[in-house]
Design a binder for this molecule. Sequence first.
Ligand SMILES: *Cc1c(COP(=O)(O)O)cnc(C)c1O
Length: 501
Amino acid sequence: MKNILFDLQENQLSNAVNHSVLYDAFNPSLVSDFLECIDQKITHLLQDKSKHGVHLIQPSNLMNIVKQLTTKDFEHKTPLERFNSIIDLHIRTGIRVNSTGYMARQFSSVVPVAAMYDMVASICPQPASFYECGPLPNVADKIMAEEFSHFLGWEQQDFDMISTSGASLANLTAVTAARNLKFPDILRQGTLVQGSEKPAIAIGADSHFSVSRLAGILGIGQDNIVILPINKKRQICIRKAQQALQQAKAKGLRVFCIIGSAGTTSVGAIDPLKELADLAHQYDAWFHVDAAHSGAFLVSDQLRSKVKDLSYADSFCLDAHKTLFVPAACTLLFYKNAAHSNLSFPSHASYVSETDEISRFESGTKNFECTKRPSILNLWVAWTLYGRTLFEEKLNYLVEITAQAYNYIQSLNDFEVLHAPESNILCFRYVPKGVPDQQLNQLQLKIWNVLRTGGRHFISKVDLDDVTALRIVIMNHEITINDVIDLIINIRKTSNKIIKL
Ligand SMILES: *Cc1c(COP(=O)(O)O)cnc(C)c1O
């Protein structure tokens, strides 16, 4: 007996020696070397003021580079040396959101301290769904809700706000609540035909794809989406929307949710929210607004009037990881009626307590995710350190510089601007003399593609009905009108090369 015990201990000892990799990986003094490495590289990255666009590497080439890093070639190097190379590769292939050459998408240059807090929350986790494990994010949800209540004129006790990982998930969560409210039997019985009425949703013709996807997920069926036509400014046209809803009703569709946008992805258009709310009321439908992009305007005294009618919505979401400049994904989902936030996922797990004060703070019952990153803390920390002013100043500047870009590009003979900007998104085309109309779409596409390999500018491309356009989204407050002028010059040069080919 004694011998067996002794053998076991011997075994455990030798395991401990074999596991030196394990102990090294968790060794605090070795870990601090890694922190120092990140410190240097991040500081350098933030100090780098040169122009970086995107330098798209072919996936197969990148695969080779990554394979080398992953396998034998690196066996003779220490983990720290390999980490160094990996961080370098990450920065080389990542979006240079802090560069003035980056104007492509809605990813922001993030408030650095918010990203640092994100790392702390990874090492000392506070998973957000359950108060017991994540007290701080659950309290931060309430604190941020209170801060936003002032902008909406909503009373604190009446409404609710939860945070989700992205607007796609927020849209799904809100429309699920709407469906469960208007068709309570579907949740349990799963049948989608309630008598003669088929559940349907109505969305703008320029809605984000996450909104049309949810019809498939919720079993509504993509064919039962009622498309609300848009006007020249690419907002939902109320008159045509009325017609579309009448036709849908005549076909036996019961539109239980109307979804508007505040800041469409393509051009940043904001739908007539008050009129849509009235229309929803008329049809006994829930009114949800996908305000992923422009909902953040609420925090700015200068911009708030554009989105003030969000207060008429039954629910709306905004992406803090886009226009409140915190690491992804952090989305705020607001419900005007606090009781509605419990409707999306009403069957509580047995280990969730329901009675005490803690349950009021428990966000897990209102959220699809179980383990959930506490991203709200990234917003809360930046808000706490710098106040609303930080966000307001940055947003005001981005919108202002986009207006300047609009004025400038509109003054050029060889460019055409497609809309007056409502936000920090602007779509335009290069239309040089001598290129026939029917070749202009192709030209924009080629310019965009060549810019993607050039490494100086990163912009995006968008198709607005039959028109292909170039699109800039100004997310970096260090961009000035001179950077826009520099882009225009690069577009001309690029186009000249293309036309010569
Ligand atoms: C970005 C965006 C979404 C998707 O949001 P995620 O946070 O990326 O899931 C939805 N709607 C609009 C209008 C957007 O701009």
